[in-house]
Design a protein around this ligand. Sequence first.
Ligand SMILES: [Zn+2]
Length: 112
Amino acid sequence: MDHITIRAIKKASSSPCRYKIAAIGFNRKNEVIGIAYNTPRFSREGGSIHAEINLLKKCGKKLYSVMILRIGGSGNILPIDPCENCRAALQGIRIFKHRPYKKETIRKRRNI
Ligand SMILES: [Zn+2]
């Protein structure tokens, strides 16, 4: 497993929420600039503040793309899709599902 995935799994496992999600933020050079998990929201509706939103608060305008990862009870990676609210809040920032981190591959692809 690549080191970014391991970091994301560790971060997600620290989340106090039932659904454990981590968001990793990258800058334009595809370097990690921040990592966050989802946190409980204490309102009538319940639910949580999504990891993407917590990441946006941390990193702000430096964010170029965001990878999200969800884990199950035993640390296994589960499927996840970014929600409409996060897509809207992170307008202009690419949100994508977990995939193994390959810095050079992503760089090359962008140069085409
Ligand atoms: Zn969301």
